[in-house]
Write a protein that binds this ligand. Sequence first.
Ligand code: SF4
Length: 447
Amino acid sequence: MTIETPSLEQNKHVHIETLGCQMNKSDSEKMLGLLASEGYAWTDTADNADLILINSCSIRENAVNRLIGHLGRLKPLKKKNPELIIGVGGCVPQHEKENLLKRVPHLDLVFGTQTFHKLPELVREFKETQRPIVSIVRQIDEYPEETPVIREGKHHAWITVQHGCSAFCTFCIVPYTRGQQISRSVESIKEEIRKVAAEGYKEITLLGQNINTYGFDLEPAMTLGKLLHEVHDIDGIERIRFLTSHPINMRDDLIDAMADLPKVCEYMHLALQSGDNDVLKRMRRNHTVEFFGEWVDKMRARMPDMVLTTDLIVGYPGETEEQFQRTVEAVRRFAFDVTNTASYSPRPRTPAAMFKDQIDEETKSRRLNELNLVVREVALIQNRRHLGGIQQVMVESYDEVRGNLKGRTRGNKIVHFSGNPRLVGEIVDVKIFDVTPNSLRGRMLVS
Ligand code: SF4
């Protein structure tokens, strides 16, 4: 992507390390775009960078200590190059703020999820004052202006449609680190999609922490189903997906849009979190397992080949062995294609962190291992359904060592097959002849 703003920092290099979710990855692409407009070029290694940024994540336990350990390892680079600027952005600064500066004296910039678009300003301010800069805002009032983006992918683009989340599930730190939900206007979303289509991108994923509530806060109100209709006919885009869905906000118009609009892939990441109704209640998810099942049945009735993925947590405070077994059963019952599993870890300021009945680490670890075995078994069963079938695969990359192409099906499954590197960026038909729990292997059909 060409950035046409004047270069103020010739021959300067930035290195960004991104931890955590797709939203952080998308934010890092924007940070890079902003800094490129200041003349910074990307470097793969921290060793020869003039600016090192860590886009941090709070989802895992000990995120702060791990981050501080990592920053400590960067200190020798600062000794080698006293002009090196080191900054931390993302979720951790949202709750740690100045603490980070106290614990890491060689840190120069601390910014949050709501202020990264000010990065060029913050870097300049630091250079002028040579004093550490902290820029954190808890809640923005309106959707931030779009910034330049340098995307990692060449054929697939993340399109953020919503900031923050207002669901306040008891285990989750997102509403505290990213603020409450603010939806982006339809026109601004369409403008970005037209732009990526003009740059040659064929596949997009609309991104929101709780994307099924997209547009509820707009005036007039919108829905995700209507948004899919709005963006569907943009020329050049061939596939559309969206992430992440909460069952409580499922709507018929969304299923209709998925089933009726050919570019919308038959894929949904619908987070269940637990297979037990009492645990779901304590998680403040506001739905039951049966409710989840009704929507899954509805979707599969309309889209029999639909790929369904989910998130599950084990060892939530108070989770009994029976409740945990219901989560294991849920993986079989709903036949998830991919399940992201995690053992519960208390996050600062969340209600569940204060619950007295925390589960010990040994039990959590045992439950996680047991669940993962079933997750792999079910994923393999799901992938076997594709044996002998033909998948439309968007070719993403070529592995020179193995001479293999790698791509994704409409359902987001990874496929490996032999072929010419010139096919990268194309959509081709591949007949599947082998599967593992994580991927498919096939042979390209020549038309
Ligand atoms: S809906 Fe998702 S992002 Fe929002 S609070 Fe719940 S788990 Fe967190």
